[in-house]
Design a protein around this ligand. Structure first.
Ligand code: NAD
Ligand code: MG
Length: 392
């Protein structure tokens, strides 16, 4: 069968997810062509990708680097056009030569381009979980209005998408589903008591035992906020009520998540901890294709363990559940406060345990505000980011 070649935009191409996506795409030149690549500030890495993929358009978020990007492309003899800034990202997500948008920007900075791809009816491979935490109802509405195909690129949500009957989006709201069970690796500090976490460093926190990821999500995994963001993500994607979403720590990160059905069946998706599986699934859906991932060796694995999350040492998970119960404004506050606290921790301005303290304080201060439109949510996000971080 002749498959039409699909045009792809990888937004956040220089990151961990961006590289994994390009690795999978490069294995299937007969099926995909990269037409847009973007990066925040890493112009050298972006140029290198342009040499490899020869996209029609390259975007650098930092406007001051536009001339350098254009010059670099010309010097390399490439026909790739150069653009800069958030508006260029939104425009790129709607281009006619783009069928699939890989939303791999980190943080709420990815929200507008993610929404644009949804409104334009693209296949949206959503890794940028912060956008759904900030504006889940707006994003799901944009997906419906635009007729987009939203496929989650988070190992847990890809697992749930695969274990729910199609159409999977909204499916957990039906009476046949009892619970969604998200697995968590527990991060680098699994089993640590609160007092042991007092002086941990960014380097220790970034050393994830199972996954190699960008810095921000690595810190989120260490605080368990990543799982909190994922609970919110599961709520919006699958329509599950907060009390029907559970988190189980599974240190081997082999079972990526489970659906518990009312008849007593539980369906799980298993695989090596490698994001290329979820990316290949999203790119090929409803088909399957190779991802460069080795098959799982169950005998070598030998055993799998499951335990309850430690909410004393890792209060961020509880804060995320509480914000979800409060509503969209509160999850926007949670996300903005977390982004600021994580960045402060990475820069040595804040201690590890203070991340959760800051988020808790911001939720108390701003959590009951009522923002619903995109502009109101972005304004709330901006105000939370202006609040000072606690002293070291
Ligand atoms: P990363 O830091 O490795 O890469 C982020 C990418 O976004 C880079 O290309 C960077 O240039 C770009 N970027 C950063 N700030 C930007 C801005 N303000 N404007 C435009 N572009 C910007 O991050 P990552 O680990 O690849 O994660 C990306 C997203 O995917 C995050 O939302 C993360 O939570 C999610 N995710 C990641 C993994 C993983 O394994 N890495 C797994 C599941 C979900
Ligand atoms: Mg995940």
């Amino acid at each position: 069968m002749d498959i039409a070649v699909k045009g792809i935009a990888v937004l956040g191409a220089t990151g961990s997810i961006g590289s994994s996506a390009l690795d999978v795409i490069a294995r299937h030149p007969d099926r995909f062509r990269v037409n847009v690549l973007s990066a925040n500030t890493q112009i050298g890495a972006l140029l290198k990708l342009c040499v490899q993929f020869k996209p029609a358009l390259a975007i650098i978020n930092d406007g001051s680097q536009l001339d350098a990007l254009a010059l670099g492309l010309r010097n390399l003899g490439l026909k790739t056009e150069a653009a800069a800034g958030p508006d260029a990202l939104c425009h790129a997500a709607t281009r006619s030569d783009v069928d699939i948008v890989v939303a791999a920007i980190v943080g709420a900075a990815g929200l507008r381009s993610t929404l644009a791809a949804a409104q334009a009816g693209k296949r949206l491979l959503l890794a940028n979980k912060e956008s759904i935490v900030v504006a889940g109802s707006l994003l799901m509405q944009a997906v419906r209005d635009g007729g987009a195909e939203l496929i989650p690129i988070d190992s847990e949500h890809s697992a749930l998408f695969q274990c729910l009957p199609g159409p999977a989006l909204g499916r957990a709201a039906t009476p046949e589903v009892r619970r969604l069970i998200l697995t968590a690796s527990g991060g680098p500090f699994r089993g640590w008591r609160r007092d042991q976490l007092e002086h941990v460093t960014p380097q220790q926190a970034c050393a994830h035992p199972r996954w190699s990821m960008g810095q921000k999500i690595s810190i989120d995994s260490a605080t368990l906020m990543n799982k909190g963001l994922e609970v919110i993500e599961a709520h919006w994607l699958f329509g599950a009520a907060p009390q029907c979403i559970e988190v189980v720590v599974h240190p081997q990160s082999i079972v990526h998540s489970l659906v518990d059905y009312v008849d007593g069946s539980m369906l799980a998706q298993l695989g090596a901890p490698d994001m290329r599986t979820a990316l290949a699934y999203g790119l090929a859906w409803p088909d399957r294709m190779t991802a460069g991932v080795a098959p799982l060796d169950l005998l070598q694995l030998g055993r799998m363990d499951f335990e309850a999350p430690d909410t004393q040492s890792f209060p961020c998970l509880g804060l995320a559940f509480a914000a979800l119960e409060q509503g969209q404004s509160a999850t926007t506050v949670l996300n903005a406060a977390n982004e600021m606290a994580v960045s402060g921790f990475l820069q040595g301005q804040l201690r590890f345990l203070t991340i959760a303290d800051h988020i808790g304080r911001m939720l108390e201060q701003f959590g009951s505000e009522r923002a619903s439109s995109l502009d109101e949510l972005l304004e709330l996000d901006r105000r939370v980011r202006l609040e000072p971080l606690p002293h070291h």
